[in-house]
Design a protein around this ligand. Structure first.
Ligand code: SF4
Ligand code: SF4
Ligand code: FES
Length: 332
């Protein structure tokens, strides 16, 4: 197989040959621009993207910097952008991503590049650390061991599969616009500890994960589910933490109010009342936040996008109410 590999290269201390890439659009506009260098190589038909990069490093240009170790989706070190999406280079077959004979690889713009395809894992690890990814064991007497039922561990197998590759964070929509967002990997790990029967800090954890920049800041874009090479499905774990937090009574936050206001509106009228959604989400008595939202409301008014003042029910709304009743839960 003949492949043209377009490789994004970044070397802050020296100039590289190649074409300087255009600046990234917002929200990545402040990220360093890369030099794109094209390598034409021949590989066997089942070659992975990482095989191509190693071939370049070994036989064409030994200055190419790429991070890899296991070559079998265990170490998590080779995550990068392949044709603009996060992938593990060692498990992505070249023939599956080649387009018109070309494959483009680069460090993702959401992360700070260090050199060529290696990006700074510091912020990623810091987020992981901030959710306290360790057990604070429940006290047991010295001659007793803490036995965990198999079923409880089955619940956590999916989250334990994470190899800390960073693919989910590099394509996360919420992280792109808010660097403080805890991120899919850290929140998936957070669920693993919050739901472990041996942990004594469940309440503190749920409160903390419900705070701003936590579970309620996820926008459900599903990217983390699509790109995760280990099937961790971080969004699913985020939704489980939300449910656990609401059940534990941590509802005094914009995220829970938003979800409840949304569901109440659908239950009562069959459609979303966008006029009341924002004030209810902010908290009706949160005067400061209400005043801060006024400029956005005026912008909507000016652009002719303010929702209708009178909100009408759909015909047959009683059927919607019946669905809520059947499903059960706090809004029945
Ligand atoms: S679903 Fe949420 S956590 Fe996952 S990538 Fe999208 S915004 Fe990020
Ligand atoms: S959740 Fe998946 S994509 Fe995210 S760091 Fe873990 S293994 Fe990688
Ligand atoms: S080289 Fe280890 S995960 Fe790709």
């Amino acid at each position: 197989m003949h492949v043209k590999m377009v490789v994004g290269r970044y070397a802050p201390d020296r100039k590289l040959d190649g074409e300087l890439g255009a600046p990234y659009p917002p929200p990545y506009a402040d990220k360093p621009r890369k030099t794109y260098q094209t390598f034409e190589i021949d590989l066997h038909d089942e070659a992975m993207v990482l095989d191509g990069l190693i071939h370049i490093r070994e036989h064409v240009d030994d200055s190419l910097v790429v991070r890899c170790s296991c070559r079998c989706a265990i170490c998590g070190s080779c995550a990068m952008w392949v044709n603009g999406h996060a992938k593990l280079a060692c498990t992505t077959k070249m023939k599956d991503v080649i387009e018109n004979g070309t494959v483009r690889v680069e460090a993702p713009p959401a992360m700070m590049p260090i050199r060529d395809l290696v990006w700074d894992m510091g912020p990623f690890m810091e987020k992981m650390r901030s959710v306290k990814p360790w057990l604070e064991g429940k006290p047991v007497s010295p001659d007793e061991e803490y036995r965990v039922p198999n079923e409880a561990m089955d619940e956590l197998v999916q989250e334990v599969s994470c190899i800390s590759c960073g693919a989910c964070l590099m394509d996360c929509e919420s992280y792109a616009v808010n660097e403080k967002f805890l991120g899919p990997h850290a929140l998936a790990r957070a669920y693993r500890y919050a739901n472990d029967p041996r942990d004594s800090m469940q309440q503190e954890r749920l409160k903390e994960y419900s705070d701003p920049n936590g579970v309620w800041d996820c926008t459900h874009c599903y990217e983390c589910v699509h790109v995760c090479p280990k099937g961790v499905a971080p969004l699913e774990q985020i939704l489980k933490i939300r449910q656990m937090s609401v059940a534990a009574g941590y509802t005094n936050n914009a995220g829970t109010r938003h979800a409840l206001a949304f569901a109440e509106s659908v239950r009562d009228s069959g459609r979303l009342n966008e006029l009341t959604l924002m004030p209810k989400s902010l908290g009706l008595f949160n005067i400061k936040a209400q005043l801060q939202s006024l400029p956005s409301a005026f912008n909507l008014l000016r652009a002719g996008k303010l929702p209708p003042i009178i909100h009408h029910k759909i015909p047959g709304v009683t059927r919607v109410k019946a669905i809520f009743k059947k499903v059960g839960g706090p809004l029945t």
